[in-house]
Design a protein around this ligand. Sequence first.
Ligand SMILES: NC(=O)c1ccc[n+]([C@@H]2O[C@H](COP(=O)([O-])OP(=O)(O)OC[C@H]3O[C@@H](n4cnc5c(N)ncnc54)[C@H](OP(=O)(O)O)[C@@H]3O)[C@@H](O)[C@H]2O)c1
Length: 274
Amino acid sequence: MRLLSGSARLAGVTGWPVAHSRSPRLHNAWLERHGIDGAYLPLPVRREDFATVIPALAKAGFAGLNVTIPHKEAAFALCAEVDDFARRAGAVNTLVFTAGGIEGRNTDGYGFLANLRAHGVKPDAGPALILGAGGAARGIGAALQAAGAEIAFTNRTPERAAALAAALPPARVLPWAARAVALADYALLVNATSLGMAGHPPLEMDLRGAGPSLVVADIVFSPLETPLLAAARQRGLKAVEGLGMLLHQAVPGFAAWFGVTPTVDDEIYRIVAS
Ligand SMILES: NC(=O)c1ccc[n+]([C@@H]2O[C@H](COP(=O)([O-])OP(=O)(O)OC[C@H]3O[C@@H](n4cnc5c(N)ncnc54)[C@H](OP(=O)(O)O)[C@@H]3O)[C@@H](O)[C@H]2O)c1
């Protein structure tokens, strides 16, 4: 067992609920691996308490936090400084507490791209079709654009896809009903909806129109092998799973809080997947 000293560095994940989060497992595995005097805690915080609890944790000596549903926008509002991706998303998933105040970052897009690259996929290999128009779709769209890809959004609620495309020009919008017939025009398909996640409805996505080099990425990671990924593999298409994105998006936060840049490898994947 790792024993903490009186000067241990502290970080954690705050959300409501937070019990399902795999982040404590991930960060504590890295802390163990690097022999760091520190801990990463699950911190369930109600919506109405968020704006008072977070500055108090900063004052109590925490190095920073990850932020998950439903606090990503509220966290943005608390920041003295935010990075470009957080500004574009209007949401942060990583807080770093500094002497100058609270810094906010959005590392979802970084995590998505790092996971693609780890699978040998070039983000700018061709146009990308993103299913969804929520927070994750926004972060991924912005990151793919920054990497040089053309992007299009399609979403059940078309107004949200249109608003997102307007915020990220020259992104295009496709009708939700046209998502399957348009596939041949794309090099990358990303499921950034919650469809296919355990306890949610399935994603209906016909892959018969896909070209042979289509890469199919799902950011849902519970189950690890979603029906979309299984269908892609069955057709001989390259499939990129969502857990890798979760692992990679955690790297910048860990580095900022604990001073070591950790590695995403098979051992860490197995620990967090189990
Ligand atoms: N792998 C990772 O590291 C990672 C990181 C972030 C998020 N995620 C996962 O990504 C998913 C989306 O997260 P988010 O934060 O973007 O959520 P969000 O802001 O709530 O967006 C949810 C999206 O799913 C769509 N959707 C929900 N139910 C639907 C249905 N029945 N039919 C069609 N579309 C439906 C919504 O469409 P409408 O606009 O029409 O409601 C919206 O586009 C979640 O499952 C989350 O766990 C994974």
